[in-house]
Design a binder for this molecule. Structure first.
Ligand SMILES: C[S@@+](CC[C@H](N)C(=O)[O-])C[C@H]1O[C@@H](n2cnc3c(N)ncnc32)[C@H](O)[C@@H]1O
Length: 232
């Protein structure tokens, strides 16, 4: 990983915002990811994220914190929050913004336990592919205190495969339709391609059941997106 994402966050944080991150996927063309969005305040967050933040309780782990916007809000509310990310740039920025506990760490290497674990902005993306979902869920489960919860959002992206006649063009023999290759570039520099997973709610629920987690749909957005609460 070249940490292009982290470089973009550092530029924005240092007042050097001149352009946005460009993303594309194996099934979609180039799109801009506006840097200010990653520094959003509570009022600028989507309703599902606001709902997740309102549900937080006890000690909190913010997985894949990015620029730390959710952690910052929760810390200001008086919660003890730990923010982790694999991106060094993201953690530098999260610390600069005032989050006290922020660490460069892959969630699979986290060992402490928490009352609430947050995975937001398509939290299932971190699982990368369907075959890895049980591994991540089993590990996340091990990080829960008794009565703890995992709050995670994602989208059912089946709509992206609809053609003009209302039929689906995906190859049903291919891998799960939410598994995408994700490409990111910033200021002309390309990141190493990544895998990014969108999980529909039913598939997430089934995966949760196989590892002994209860999974409840607690919110639905306007565009096939949802918020789920996972408990022991
Ligand atoms: C889409 S961004 C979301 C950032 C932030 N949660 C937000 O809502 O603005 C996903 C973040 O997850 C981080 N990430 C990906 N895999 C991870 C892993 N295994 N452990 C920790 N962080 C990870 C990425 O570096 C990136 O910052």
């Amino acid at each position: 990983m070249k940490d292009i994402f982290g470089k973009a966050l550092i530029d924005y944080q240092n007042g050097n915002y001149t352009e946005d991150i460009i993303t594309s996927t194996s099934i979609s063309d180039e799109d801009e990811l506006p840097l200010p969005y990653l520094f959003r305040s509570f009022s600028e967050m989507p309703k599902l994220e606001q709902q997740a933040l309102k549900k937080c309780q006890g000690t909190i782990l913010d997985v894949g914190c990015g620029a730390g916007s959710h952690s910052l809000y929760l810390q200001k509310k008086g919660f003890a929050v730990k923010a982790i990310d694999v991106s060094e740039g993201a953690i530098t920025v999260t610390k600069q913004r005032g989050v006290k506990q922020a660490e460069v760490l892959n969630v699979l290497n986290e060992t402490k336990t928490f009352d609430t674990i947050l995975l937001l902005m398509n939290g299932t993306g971190i699982f990368q592919e369907l075959t890895q979902v049980s591994k991540y869920l089993t590990h996340l489960k091990s990080l829960l205190k008794p009565n703890g919860q995992i709050l995670i959002d994602s989208s059912d992206i089946k709509y992206m495969y609809l053609d003009d006649d209302g039929g689906y063009w995906q190859d049903m023999n291919a891998s799960y339709y939410g598994e995408l290759d994700y490409f990111l570039s910033y200021k002309g520099e390309k990141e190493v391609p990544m895998k990014w997973l969108y999980l529909d709610f039913d598939t997430l629920k089934l995966a949760c059941e196989t590892v002994g987690l209860k999974c409840e749909l607690i919110g639905e957005g306007e565009h096939y997106d949802y918020l789920a609460q996972l408990e022991l």
